[in-house]
Structure formats: structure tokens, C-alpha cells
Write a protein that binds this ligand. Structure first.
Ligand code: UDP
Length: 473
């Protein structure tokens, strides 16, 4: 008789992690014989439920978690719902989930000792490696970023402290061909400090990375050839399975979807979509320059806008954060739409009127853009976003970088915004980038199509993680 194989998936509490983990759960679900449980805190589980079709067999289970025990407002259990100063308390609070998670997995093992079980966890939940070891089950990390960027980021942590004294540029000692500018290194690492609890927390998580049994990555091998080997090396020779891109299927727009309706009123490839992801934002002065540059460029745009850094939504969006009369003027001219809140990103990117994406280069956004053949104007802000942008510019040729955030200090001027937006939306440079983005989109889609390399990698991962038990199947 066939034994049910159990997968326990545990994402970090941020949209850029929860969404791909749910995709991964659904991908495994399509193969028969797996019982899949996605674990998280109560409010994230409630939200995930709304994304999952009622017919799905994926179990959603919550671990007890009280935000106020960690200084967080009630119901705020995900990075995107918190202001910057409360991000670290949430990172830290994830460590408190360890006893409940251990109990959850150990109860599952006692209930059915014959069905094999595997944990797939987020690298930000590094301690799950220890739980797996304690309980004797297979453990894999699921990296929701790119192979190459994750490897660079990991190198920077393990090589810390690096000497920047002679120049603003530095080659990674273990990869001399990777040259970084100090504006591409997160402040936490540049000014790393053993007495800073945030720094120490990240060091702890990174140290767990190499102790897992393997790494699954949301990318395709053909797309990131240089990344596979680099990540393998970084992870101490662990197996690496590139199983992506894991993408949501855009929903069919309904007639009352105003954003999609607005896009439909514009010619093909004529609208610039602007978004800094689910939690990042830019400074108030950058926001004004971006608005002025967009207005001067003459391009139609759709901008997912959040309060600038240092502010939150309390009291609503303030007009003073934008040039006087900007929103009204853009609306009257049918030139631009500001989305205050959550945008249907996949539906926007897959719409024929969207011609480019001004993005913070979060990995999900990069993949969603390229799978839809949409080139990128990069404005990375934190973490590995700098290396995603760099790879898209230097290796893939589908991106031009407009600014870097890094503590929101980058000076951005409206003239540069106007010039770059015009060249991508109206010039030959944009046409060439769009052609390449479409080519890359085909490579990515082929990887997850029938017989594609990512499908084969998934087969191999499943065989390795939960081998058929001799005599049982
Ligand atoms: N997203 C969305 N609407 C928004 C903002 C974000 O649907 O208004 C989704 C986006 O499609 C992507 C994820 O949230 O799947 C963000 O992940 P990414 O890696 O791009 O950036 P992060 O938010 O993790 O920085």
C-alpha cells in the first residue's frame, strides 16, 4: 500500500515569503500521495485561507502566537503590516515559536510513526534545522530569492567584517568577479556590531543555513546558471534544487475591477507600473522627485504608493507627501493612478498595456515581471534587492537601475527619472529590454512546463527528501 508522505511548510511572516510558500504547497499538492501542511501564526493563516481554493487539500495550521507579548499591535503578524521600528520585534518573536513548532511536528510523528515527514522552512527561521535534527526528520530551506543574490548576501554575512577602507568598491574575496559598491550593502552589514541585537539575530539565522539537508530555490537553472554553483559552494556543498518560477495564475478580471479597467483604456506597452513591494518605501524627498519625474516624462503610470519612510498609515495618506495637486492633475488628465494599499500585481503585470515595471527588485516582483515579458527599472532598497537589480542589469539585460535606497539616502533627481522613464517607455533601449524580457519569460515558463528542468528538480527533491520506504510502497 502507498504510504502518505508528509510535508510541513513553514514560511517567514512576510508577503514575499508567504505567497511563494503557498505556491510551493500547491505545486506539491498536484502530485499525488503527499499530505501538505502549511504552518504559521493565526492571522497569517486566516489570510492564506482566502488565497487557497476551497477544493485544496493543503492543511493550514496555526501555532499559538500573541503579538502583544512581543510589543506588536494585535493582529499584526506580518512584516507588511508593521512600521519599520517594529520589524525587528517580529523577527525576534519568530524564535518564540520553536516550542510550539517542535510539539506540532512531534505530535504528528507520534500519531503516525510510519509515514515519512519532511520540514521545508524559511531561512529566516534558521532554528527549524535544530528541531528537524532533534526529531530525526529531513529538513530543507526554501529560498524565496534568487540563487546568485542569496549566495552574495550569504557571503557578505559569513565574510563579515569586510575592509572597505581604501575604496567604495570591493570584490568579494571568495568571488573576485563579484564587485560591489558600498551603496549595495545593507547598513546592518556595513556597520555590523556584535552588540547590536538585530545584527546578532541575523548572524544566528545565517549560521543555521549550512546545517540543513538541502535548499530549494524559486528560480530556474537555465536562467541563473552562475548562481547554482555559487549557492552550492556557499551552503557547504548542500544539494540545491531550482524549482521555479512559482507564480500565481492571474485571476480573470471582473467588470468592476477599476485598475484593470483603467489599464484597458491605454495602448499596449504604454503604462509604467511602479511598486516597491509589500513592505519597502522611499523617503519623502525621493517621493516628490519620482512624482515630478513621472509627470514630466509624459508616460502613463500606475503607482502603488505608501507613506514615505518614517511614517505609517495612521491618519491616512497626506497630500504634502506629493507635489501640490499631483494626484488630482494626473487623474484629470487620465495620466496616472495612485493605488493606496494592495495592488493586484500579477493581473497588472500580465495586462498587455503594462510596458515596464519600476520595481524595488524583490525576487517575486522580478520573476512576475519577466514571466510576463515586462522589463524593469530598478530601484533596490534593501537586502539582496541590490544583487537582483545588478544581475538583471549586467547579466540578463532587462533592467536599467534608476536609484538605490539603502537607508533611503540615495539622491534621486526628477530629471533622471524623466530621462530613464522616457528611454524605457518610448525609446529604443526600452524596445530592446522588452525583447529580452520576452525571451527570458519564455525560458522561465519552459522550465516549469512539461519536462522542464524545474519540474525535474522538484522530482529529484521529493525523491531525496522522502524516499520511497523499502517494502512499504
Ligand atoms: N504584491 C502584490 N500587491 C502589492 C504589493 C506586493 O500583489 O501591492 C505581491 C507581489 O506580487 C509579490 C509579493 O507581494 O508576489 C512581494 O514580493 P517581493 O519579493 O517582490 O517583495 P517583498 O515585498 O518581499 O519586498
Amino acid at each position: 500500500m502507498e504510504t502518505t508522505k508528509r510535508m510541513m511548510l513553514f514560511p517567514f511572516m512576510a508577503q514575499g515569503h508567504l505567497i511563494p510558500f503557498l505556491q510551493l504547497a500547491q505545486l506539491i499538492e498536484r502530485r499525488n500521495g503527499y499530505s501538505i501542511t502549511l504552518i504559521n501564526t493565526p492571522s497569517n493563516i486566516r489570510n492564506l485561507r482566502s488565497y487557497l481554493p476551497t477544493s485544496s487539500s493543503v492543511h493550514l495550521s496555526s501555532l499559538p502566537f500573541n503579538p502583544s507579548d512581543h510589543g506588536l499591535p494585535p493582529g499584526h503578524e506580518s512584516m507588511d503590516s508593521l512600521p519599520f521600528h517594529l520589524l525587528f520585534p517580529l523577527y525576534k518573536a519568530t524564535e518564540s515559536l520553536r516550542p510550539a513548532f517542535t510539539r506540532f511536528v512531534s505530535d504528528a510523528l507520534s500519531l503516525d510513526p510510519t509515514s515519512p515527514l519532511c520540514i521545508i522552512a524559511d531561512p529566516y527561521l534558521g532554528w527549524t534545522v535544530d528541531v528537524a535534527e532533534e526529531l530525526g526528520v529531513f529538513h530543507a530551506f526554501f529560498v524565496t530569492g534568487s540563487e546568485r543574490s542569496t549566495a552574495i548576501y550569504h557571503s557578505l554575512w559569513t565574510l563579515w567584517p569586510l575592509q572597505w577602507s581604501h575604496s567604495d568598491e570591493l570584490a568579494l574575496p571568495n568571488r573576485p568577479n563579484v564587485r560591489l559598491h558600498r551603496s549595495q550593502v545593507t547598513k546592518l552589514l556595513l556597520y555590523g556590531d556584535d552588540n547590536n541585537p538585530i545584527f546578532v539575530f541575523f548572524c544566528r539565522q545565517i549560521a543555521h543555513f549550512c546545517k540543513s539537508d538541502g535548499v530549494i530555490v524559486n528560480t530556474a537553472e537555465e536562467f541563473e546558471r552562475s548562481g547554482v554553483e555559487f549557492l552550492k559552494e556557499e551552503s557547504g556543498g548542500m544539494p540545491v534544487w531550482a524549482v521555479g518560477p512559482l507564480l500565481r495564475v492571474p485571476s480573470t478580471p471582473s467588470s468592476d475591477d477599476t485598475h484593470i479597467g483603467w489599464l484597458a483604456g491605454h495602448p499596449p506597452d504604454s503604462v509604467l507600473y511602479v511598486s516597491f513591494g509589500s513592505m519597502n518605501t522611499i523617503s519623502a524627498s525621493q517621493m516628490v522627485e519620482l512624482a515630478m519625474g513621472l509627470e514630466a516624462s509624459g508616460t502613463a503610470f500606475m503607482w502603488v504608493i505608501r507613506p514615505p519612510s518614517g511614517f505609517d498609515f495612521k491618519g491616512g495618506f497626506r497630500e504634502e507627501w506629493l507635489p501640490e495637486g499631483f494626484e488630482e492633475r494626473m487623474r484629470e488628465q487620465n495620466r496616472g493612478v495612485l493605488i493606496h494599499g494592495w495592488a493586484p500585481q500579477m493581473e497588472i503585470l500580465s495586462h498587455g498595456s503594462t510596458g515596464a515595471f519600476l520595481s524595488h527588485c524583490g525576487w517575486n516582483s522580478v520573476l512576475e515581471s519577466l514571466c510576463n515579458g515586462v522589463p524593469i527599472i530598478g530601484w533596490p532598497i534593501a537586502g539582496e534587492q541590490f544583487y537582483n537589480s545588478m544581475m538583471m542589469v549586467e547579466e540578463i539585460g532587462v533592467c536599467v537601475e534608476i536609484a538605490r535606497g539603502n537607508g533611503n539616502e540615495s539622491v534621486v533627481c526628477r530629471e533622471d527619472v524623466e530621462r530613464i522613464v522616457r528611454s524605457v517607455m518610448m525609446g529604443g533601449e526600452g524596445e530592446e529590454m522588452r525583447r529580452k524580457a520576452r525571451e527570458v519569460g519564455e525560458v522561465l515558463r519552459a522550465a516549469v512546463g512539461e519536462g522542464g528542468a524545474s519540474v525535474r528538480a522538484m522530482d529529484d527533491f521529493l525523491r531525496t527528501a522522502l524516499p520511497t520506504m523499502a517494502g512499504k510502497d
